[in-house]
Write a protein that binds this ligand. Structure first.
Ligand code: FO1
Length: 312
């Protein structure tokens, strides 16, 4: 069964890892947000792509979910001595990957070619495709500090400023790489991972032409909000700041018109009726991916659920 997952960073990568354990290698494609990408210290950094790659390669830092395992930070320590920007924690092993990516891009490779190359080197068998080869920059509009590039909002300011809106610079020119178009054409199931709907999934869905490629497939989303809170990241805070009570139901409404099925956590079971009233079929399972067996269990639940759904 050909499956395409849409994913942002840590939460998306965890479910992608579960799906990778359950599906055959050639059955899974992950289309990843690149709105978080930025240039830092002259290096092209693609945090969500790297998080998905490291996770699938079993190389991710288990405590943060991003960055490398068994990492060291000698370069960062030296940067501090030179009063160079040190707010973004780049580890030494991670830096090597950014150096390779930056140089290949300078040599004229596309981001999807670079990603395929890096995946091969990390022995990743599944297909990981950036949502676009041309740059897209997520800009967070804030009450206190004006417009902030995503990583400045997220890492430098620790998601503290109040979000008043978000936009995606360069999105009109974004183009899903050919391999992504092919994978969506061949897909029998689409899974929206439990990533931030505002800043991880929304940019993917806004890539021109992408949404129409989903229109005849059953789409299932997994809620990143459990019991009114996000496991990681600012999704719940963003819903509140946009005037919406954060809940699984709020996420279902965000995806209304796109998804047929919605996976929520058991603790949110009482929201099933209101989700149903939106014309979306809900299922409640354990979605808190605190260990590998739960990630695999959730992947199995999502796939089995998607089997039961027909495009309406
Ligand atoms: N997230 C942080 O909260 N602090 C960091 O210093 C940080 C460094 C970092 C380095 C490489 C990388 O690939 C990701 C990194 N992240 C860091 C995570 C990342 O910025 C965010 O998780 C995503 O952009 C949101 O999905």
């Amino acid at each position: 069964m050909k499956v395409v997952a849409l994913a942002g960073g840590v939460g998306g990568a965890k479910l992608a890892w579960g799906l990778a354990q359950v599906l055959k290698n050639d059955e899974l494609t992950i289309i990843v947000n690149t709105g978080d990408d930025f240039i830092h210290l002259g290096l092209n950094i693609s945090p969500d792509i790297d998080t998905v790659c490291y996770t699938l390669a079993n190389l991710a830092n288990p405590s943060t979910g991003w960055g490398r395992n068994d990492e060291c930070f000698f370069c960062l320590e030296e940067l501090k001595k030179f009063s160079a920007p040190d707010w973004f924690n780049l580890g030494d092993k991670d830096l090597a990957l950014h150096l390779v990516r930056t140089n290949l891009l300078k040599d004229g490779w596309t981001l999807s070619q670079v990603t395929r190359y890096l995946c091969e080197k990390m022995a990743i068998q599944q297909s990981i495709i950036p949502m676009s080869d041309t740059p897209v920059s997520t800009l967070v509009h804030t009450k206190e500090l004006g417009v902030l590039p995503f990583q400045e909002y997220f890492v430098k300011h620790q998601c503290q400023p109040t979000m008043t809106g978000v936009d995606f610079e360069g999105i009109e020119l974004a183009e899903l790489p050919e391999a992504g178009v092919k994978s969506l054409n061949e897909a029998e199931r689409i899974i929206i991972c439990p990533s931030n709907p505002w800043v991880s999934i929304q940019p993917i869905l806004k890539v021109p032409g992408l949404r129409s490629l989903l229109s005849d497939k059953p789409v299932v989303a997994v809620s990143p909000i459990i019991g009114g809170k996000t496991v990681k990241g600012p999704a719940a805070k963003m819903f509140s700041e946009m005037g919406i009570q954060p809940s699984a139901f709020a996420v279902a409404q965000f995806y209304r018109g796109l998804i047929e099925g919605f996976v929520i956590d058991n603790v949110d079971k009482e929201q099933m009726h209101e989700i149903e009233r939106c014309g979306i079929i809900p299922i409640a399972v354990n979605t808190l991916m605190s260990d590998n067996s739960i990630r695999i269990g959730l992947a199995k639940d999502v796939l089995a659920f998607s089997e039961t759904l027909m495009k309406v």
